[in-house]
Write a protein of this length. Structure first.
Lengths: 250, 266
């Protein structure tokens, strides 16, 4: 499902979304180029996670369209949507590991569901993915036995299980110490170097500066600013300035 | 003004009730439709059959045994007055098979399995595991709800049969203690008056109980919100709603059974 050269990996076209009377996204549009990392910044509760959920089809927009690899996913349901999702990985803010399965089975889960690989190969691949995030010794552990940072890394291994073309990451460094957060950043960078498109939601500006190629700042559901690091650093918008100068992590 | 407020509240309550009932009915209807569409998730269904059935068997068997003993004592106390002690095994068997077994098994399963489904799915909902399944291109409704509903529909009749026979056996133990009746005579008397029309409809109706218990619990789990408090609430409400639906469903099903298999008099 490689997009045509002229198509962005992800495009939001005038997307609006409200939950009840509360508008969460208001006419938001942006594109993410293939192989680039887009960092969506903003204060808590401004609609960043909802934006990611639109991209993976967990939330449908009230107005506007969401394109993934050139295909409008807004009207898709069931198997058609599942086919699109097979090309994406999603690292949830709280990792969302399946707590009834071991860490290894969590990583193997997408392979068991979507490939016809023999069990031996699935186990090897899952082991390999875990090794890539430094959890090679934790295959048989249960998620409850992992620390926050380890859960995040296991979640990343699961999100990367099928080598997705697009990786969506929700607050990768939230609640982590600076060293673990740095390790996660390094893993994301490595993923990007492998050609994966990244959409990263974060509060952590230093982390975003490391990972991102392109940035957006959401405020009260609107895309307040959009551009490269230089563009945002030069912005005269007070909120964008405050954000870009902050050293806040997690 | 206060009257208007009361009317408003009552109206809102009725609307909420109708909305809740409609959403749950729609959830159940969708589960029935999805059950016949691939993928059928046999691995998950078998896993749930083990979890719901095999692991509920000790509870259901023990409860059946105890109910059989108690029923036997009550039946003896009643029938002794008419000198009809010989009818104790038959009376007990009919009571167990036609109503006590199916209903008690369903209520026990609602407590054990319904609460578990509500809590498990509720916890998965609030920890975003259901979203994670969807993001992994898996139909979470089918994978989590439909498989549990099918599994409980398969398990309920089996657990009911276990309860029926545990109850009849419990009655035998009580009768041996009181009258020293032989096993052959007890079971002969117990099963003489039992026909397929007693056993089959009463057992098959528990398939519907399984659907109601697992359907209600899955719905409440899938609609859980408000973190751990919501999970606890989903678990409790699963038991309450599941039990209520079983009792109300039983009224309708018994009426239907009597329509198709009229009681034989004389």
């Amino acid at each position: 499902m490689t997009p045509p050269a002229d198509q962005p990996a992800v495009r939001l076209d005038h997307v609006s979304k409200a939950f009840g009377s509360r508008t969460v996204l208001d006419d938001v549009s942006f594109e993410i180029e293939k192989g680039k990392a887009f960092c969506l910044l903003g204060r808590s509760g401004t609609g960043k996670s909802v934006t990611l959920r639109h991209i993976v089809g967990l939330v449908q927009p009230d107005r506007g369209k969401v394109f993934v690899e050139g295909r409008d996913i807004t009207p898709l349901r069931g198997r058609e949507l599942a086919d699109v999702r097979k090309h994406m990985g999603f690292l949830f803010q709280n990792s969302a590991l399946f707590d009834s399965m071991s860490v290894g089975d969590n990583v193997a889960f997408p392979m068991r569901r979507h490939t016809d690989w023999p069990e031996q190969k699935i186990r090897e691949q899952a082991q390999q993915k875990l090794a890539a995030v430094g959890l090679e010794k934790d295959y048989d552990k249960m998620p409850a036995d992992l620390s926050g940072g380890m859960k995040k890394r296991a979640g990343l291994a699961r999100a990367m299980a099928l080598d997705p073309a697009i990786l969506l990451v929700d607050e990768p460094s939230a609640g982590l110490d600076p060293i673990t957060a740095g390790e996660i950043d390094e893993l994301l960078l490595e993923t990007k170097r492998g050609g994966t498109t990244l959409a990263v939601v974060t509060h952590n500006i230093p982390s975003a500066r490391v990972i991102g190629d392109d940035f957006g700042v959401l405020h009260e559901g609107k895309l307040l600013a959009r551009g490269s690091l230089e563009d945002l650093d030069a912005s005269e918008e007070p909120l964008v300035q405050a954000f870009m100068r902050s050293q806040g992590g997690g | 003004m206060p009257l208007l407020t009361t009317v408003d509240r009552a109206g809102a309550g009725v609307l909420n009730f109708l909305e809740f009932t409609g959403a749950m009915a729609s959830f159940g209807g969708r589960a029935l439709v999805e059950a016949f569409r691939p993928p059928y998730e046999p691995g998950e269904i078998i896993r749930h059959i083990y979890s719901f059935g095999y692991r509920s068997a000790p509870l259901v068997g023990t409860a059946g045994l105890a109910i059989g003993v108690v029923l036997s004592m009550h039946t003896r106390a009643s029938l002794e007055r008419f000198g009809a002690e010989a009818m104790i095994p038959a009376g007990l068997a009919i009571a167990m098979i036609r109503e006590t077994g199916p209903l008690t098994a369903a209520l026990l399963v609602s407590g054990r399995v319904g609460a578990g489904i509500g809590a498990e799915l509720g916890a998965m909902k609030v920890s975003e595991q259901i979203d994670a399944l969807e993001a992994n291109a898996v139909d979470a409704f089918k994978y989590l709800a439909v498989t549990r509903i099918i599994a409980l529909m398969i398990v309920m009749p089996l657990l009911t049969i276990l309860m029926d026979f545990a109850g009849i056996f419990g009655g035998y133990l009580a009768e041996v203690a009181v009258s020293g009746i032989s096993a052959q005579m007890y079971f002969e008397r117990a099963f003489t008056y039992i026909s397929y029309s007693d056993l089959i409809p009463a057992t098959v109706k528990t398939v519907v109980f399984g659907f109601l218990i697992a359907g209600a619990a899955s719905y409440l789990g899938f609609t859980t919100s408000r973190g751990t408090e919501g999970v606890g609430e989903a678990s409790t409400r699963s038991v309450v709603l599941g039990s209520m639906l079983v009792i109300l469903g039983d009224v309708i099903l018994v009426k239907l059974i009597f329509f198709f298999y009229p009681p034989v008099s004389g």
